[in-house]
Design a protein around this ligand. Structure first.
Ligand code: HEM
Length: 511
């Protein structure tokens, strides 16, 4: 049996050689309509022999290069990496049609899994195919974690953490210390999610867990490529990132096993953990799961929820600090609701439409997950074209949310666009026009289950920072460049600023 080789993709010389070789015989096939199997495929931009469009996937800032590609060749494109077929969608009406006519067919991600690993392992949730296990967990997380009633039950946990976040910023302001917004936001979000998930936070392991989540975030960016290249590399006996995955998985296992044991011993499991432990003992009768399923689910939720929410908080604050008039208007709104006597709370958000609009607009311009990855499980006909079975589907939300055909002044930060519609008529508008133009959380049954929690956490954190502090930044403007070579939209220069207390007397504790 051929020895399995473990390769870090970015260091691999095989691909560089392949690219060089391919460049020598660079050939264009514009709009190739029929492939060798006689299928009528969507239009395709020029490709290279052997590697196909691999070079496009390797380009820095994928979402931007995909956006350029679609404005040149069209909103529905067929790409190929070696022999792996990919459909790239960059228009709101095509995204709408896919989720309307193919939702079940594209409700699997077909990501590569590493046997036994907690992250990207076979017991994961985000990697699970659409089927019995996924449906069982989806129901559980809706009732125990993310549904409206569950969110109401966990409100106290978040209020507690927001208060801690606020007092920490007060401390920094008093000492005139500079704050890295992403670091503070990450602490807030990780602690809230862990407490809601398990019933306790990782007190002494907190730093370790945040480090693990950041490490995982960096690694999951590489998985975008790994997902697409899985088949050809498997044929060559190449297993991407196995060593990294095994190591990270072992460390997650240690902290989660310890915490779950503590919760069990002290009888302090959250609703969610208690329900999962019952399912583990086969008590629910619905679906028997293993302890690995529990830990993998926790890793998935932590990874999916923290980096994304932290990013959203950071980008929103950056946009606000670059727009002093928006900052002033936000403050007026918050002051009128809290009457300057108390700290903003989650329950104030429905009365703060401008704050909600600011968060929505920041997510439109800087979606934490700019490109949604799915897979067509079965071959189908779509808009008259053939789509082959197991074709990867990339929906470029970044391009859709900046499309000049459906957004006025798409590159500008204009929160008012979300005030023109009440949230209800905005939804109706979307359906009437048969376009899916706002999709920072993806869409369909596999869309983000944590979107309501994210709006609450991001809105409150930003609200506290605006309500209670003035912020001194280095230079005149925040630098809004993005980190190249990632699949998330991350600030290249993490936001650093110094808080100055707005009121000499901080608000008393809310809890
Ligand atoms: C601003 C914050 C967030 C953004 C922008 C975001 C965005 C997304 C996107 C685009 C997807 C893929 C959806 C699709 O395929 O259509 C996703 C999936 C997911 N998100 Fe979020 N998310 C955020 C916060 C959260 C939070 C707070 C949680 C939980 C605590 C969470 C948990 C998940 C999970 C578990 C999935 C996988 C769902 C599945 O495979 O069925 N996300 N998110």
């Amino acid at each position: 049996m051929a020895a399995r080789t473990i390769v870090d993709f970015q260091n691999s010389s095989i691909f560089i050689l392949l690219c060089l070789f391919s460049c020598l015989c660079y050939s264009f096939f514009f709009f190739k309509k029929r492939n060798s199997q006689g299928c009528d495929l969507p239009p395709s931009p020029p490709s290279l022999p052997i590697i196909g469009h691999l070079h496009l996937l390797l380009s820095p800032l994928n979402h931007k290069s995909f956006q350029k590609l679609s404005s040149k060749y069209g909103p529905l494109l067929y790409l190929r990496v070696f022999n792996v077929p990919i459909i790239l969608v960059s228009s709101a009406s095509i995204a709408y049609e896919i989720f309307k006519t193919q939702d079940v067919n594209v409700s699997t991600r077909n990501l590569p899994t590493n046997e036994g690993s907690l992250f990207f392992g076979s017991s994961g949730y985000a990697t699970a195919p659409y089927g019995g296990y996924w449906k069982f967990i989806k129901k559980l997380i809706t009732t125990k974690l993310f549904g409206p009633q569950a969110l109401e039950r966990s409100r106290g946990i978040r209020a507690d953490e927001v208060n801690r976040f606020y007092l920490n910023l007060v401390d920094k302001a008093t000492k005139k210390e500079t704050v890295k917004i992403a670091e503070e936001a990450m602490k807030l979000i990780t602690n809230s999610i862990c407490k809601i998930l398990m019933g306790k936070s990782f007190s002494e392991d907190g730093e370790k867990v945040r480090g693990l989540v950041s490490e995982t975030g960096v690694m999951s960016k590489k998985f975008f490529l790994a997902a697409i290249l899985r088949k050809p590399l498997a044929k060559l006996g190449i297993s991407l990132f196995k060593k990294d995955l095994d190591s990270i998985s072992r460390r997650y296992d240690e902290v989660f096993e310890k915490s779950i044991l503590e919760c069990e011993e002290h009888n302090q499991s959250s609703e969610m953990l208690a329900a999962l432990l019952e399912a583990c003992q086969g008590k629910t009768g619905e679906y028997k799961i293993t302890r690995n399923h529990i830990k993998s689910l926790f890793v998935d939720i932590l990874v999916a929820g923290t980096d994304t929410s932290t990013n959203a908080i950071q980008w929103t604050m950056a946009e606000i600090l670059n727009n002093p008039k928006i900052l002033e208007r936000l403050r007026e709104e918050i002051d009128s609701v809290t009457e300057k006597t108390r700290l903003i709370q989650e329950t104030d958000l429905p009365n703060l439409p401008y704050l909600q609009a600011v968060v929505k607009e920041a997510l439109r311009l800087h979606p934490s997950v700019p490109v949604v990855l799915r897979s067509f499980q079965e071959g189908c006909k779509f808009r008259g074209f053939d789509v082959l079975e197991k074709t990867a589907l990339l929906i470029n939300g970044y391009a859709i949310m900046r499309d000049p055909n459906i957004w006025e002044y798409p590159e500008e930060f204009k929160p008012d666009r979300f005030l023109l519609h009440s949230s209800r008529s905005f939804q109706e508008d979307i359906i009437k026009e048969e376009v899916l133009k706002y999709l920072p959380f993806g869409s369909g049954r596999r869309g983000c289950p944590g979107s309501n929690l994210a709006y609450l956490s991001v809105g409150t954190a930003v609200g506290v920072m605006v309500q209670c502090f003035d912020w001194k930044i280095e230079g005149d403007k925040v630098n809004m460049e993005e980190v190249p070579r990632t699949i998330t939209s991350t600030m290249a220069h993490p936001l650093k600023c110094t808080p100055l207390l707005r009121n000499l007397n901080p608000f008393p504790s809310n809890v």
